[in-house]
Design a protein around this ligand. Structure first.
Ligand code: FHN
Length: 439
């Protein structure tokens, strides 16, 4: 019996050691309290910007494709966004009801939007000569928006990164990945010390030269500089960004489903990143999402217990397209009325669908009604939970019934007050956040 007990102890220790060596030491992972606060924010602005805006093609990916590598790598010599105003961008985020902002400080093309001491390929060597990242950090502080930074792992411009362009198969033998990792750590330390970002949004970790241990090393390094900094799941090796949930071996604090709404889960933090148009960087006459698509994406993301990082691509002169600013303002107008059903809520307990989604806070269950298919909306059973009252958020009472099995039937008004997302509040006789997810 004693030997069996010792064997079990050894097995559990080896498992813990394995979990720590194959992933990050659990003791340094970002705290649940910090992640809960991040998830309460629900809505942020993603900004993809760089000299490529001069060509209107996709940042990083058009280098060596629609734009020759030589031409692409010299665009910075023309880059002079004289109409850039960090205050205007941040006020656009604020008026959209967004609570945080994430800027591409360096995308896959390697161009740095801050005066880094570790690469001459930066904004100070363009005609513009101003610290874009620093300006945005200041403006975010001024308008109480959390400042976050996107930082690419892969860097097709850096000679020490082994891959030379999108789709390259063979690594350049002249590259020195250890020097590349050292430069990355130096630049990240610069960024944290100078701009104090709330969160780091890594990307481009899928190419074969990038190993998981580099991600573990850098996560641990960053946590020594700022123990509270939040880090996404795209720093480790492999295509960890495609994992819908975190797991012990994945480096990072939240999952990052892209261009799609993440799956409802109450345990593992996640943030959907999505473009307001089609392209991440600015593209002339790109297709802009309708207000319905924008609001319902936000509601379904919140309904899934996730955040939405919604992307704009500013133009070459530094302005965000007026139509995109207008769309974001329209989202902000909706949030001015219905924000209580988004911010500081939890998702569920119902899985979002194309007719409705649900969010909850305390004894309130918010039902986001996306369309009125019939006069009644029937919700799955909330067994053991009683609905005391139902009403339109900021509006009049709603007739409802609840049968013995807990199935709720709402009588919808002839005209939904908001055609994109009308919110109905159900006040319950218990805490809505304790209701298990109902698939
Ligand atoms: O390759 C990038 C892409 O350009 C963009 O930055 C998105 C945003 O999440 N991330 C990568 C594609 O997964």
């Amino acid at each position: 019996m004693k030997h069996l007990f010792n064997l079990l102890i050894l097995l559990s220790l080896s498992y813990q050691t394995k979990a720590q060596t194959s992933g990050v030491d659990p003791a340094i992972r970002t705290s649940k309290a910090t992640m809960d606060n991040f998830m309460d924010l629900r809505f942020g602005l993603f900004i993809h910007w760089g000299p490529v805006t001069l060509r209107g093609t996709e940042i990083g990916w058009s280098r060596g494709n629609e734009v020759s590598t030589k031409e692409y790598d010299n665009l910075y010599k023309e880059f002079n966004p004289t109409l850039f105003s960090a205050d205007k961008w941040v006020k656009t985020a604020k008026e959209a009801g967004m609570k945080y902002l994430t800027i591409t400080s360096k995308h896959h093309d390697g161009f740095c939007l801050w005066p880094t001491a570790f690469s001459a390929y930066n904004i100070m060597n363009s005609p513009y000569k101003k610290d874009i990242v620093g300006e945005l950090a200041k403006a975010c502080k001024k308008y109480d928006i959390k400042f976050c930074i996107y930082f690419t792992v892969l860097d097709w411009h850096d000679p020490n990164y082994p891959m030379r362009n999108a789709g390259a198969k063979d690594a350049d033998p002249k590259a020195d990945i250890s020097k590349f990792v050292a430069t990355m750590k130096n630049q990240l330390k610069e960024i944290i010390i100078q701009y104090k970002p709330y969160m780091l949004w890594f990307d481009g970790n899928w190419e074969h030269p990038w190993k998981n241990e580099y991600g573990v090393e850098i996560y641990s390094y960053l946590k020594k500089i700022d123990p509270d900094i939040i880090i996404n799941n795209r720093l480790g090796g492999g295509n960890s960004g495609s994992h819908p949930k975190l797991s012990p071996e994945i480096v990072g604090d939240f999952a990052t489903p892209e261009q799609k709404i993440g799956e409802l889960n109450m345990q593992s933090p996640w943030e959907t990143c999505m473009t307001i148009c089609n392209q991440w960087a600015w593209k002339p006459n790109d297709k802009l999402k309708t207000l319905k698509e924008c609001i319902q994406t936000l509601a379904k993301t919140s309904g899934g217990n996730g955040n939405l990082l919604f992307n704009v691509g500013p133009m070459m002169d530094g302005r965000i397209e007026e139509r995109q600013v207008t769309r974001l303002k329209e989202m902000g107008d909706w949030l001015k009325i219905y924000g209580e059903s988004i911010y500081n809520t939890k998702g569920g307990p119902f899985k979002p669908n194309n007719t409705f989604a649900a969010t909850r806070k305390g004894n309130k269950l918010y039902i986001h009604v996306f369309e009125r298919k019939t006069a009644e909306l029937i919700l799955p059973s909330l067994a053991g939970v009683k609905v005391n009252t139902a009403y339109l958020l900021k509006g009049s009472k709603i007739k409802f019934s609840q049968d013995a099995s807990g199935v709720i039937t709402l009588q919808l008004p002839e005209q939904l007050p908001n055609i994109d997302d009308t919110v109905i509040v159900l006040e319950l006789n218990s805490n809505a956040e304790n209701i298990p997810v109902i698939s």
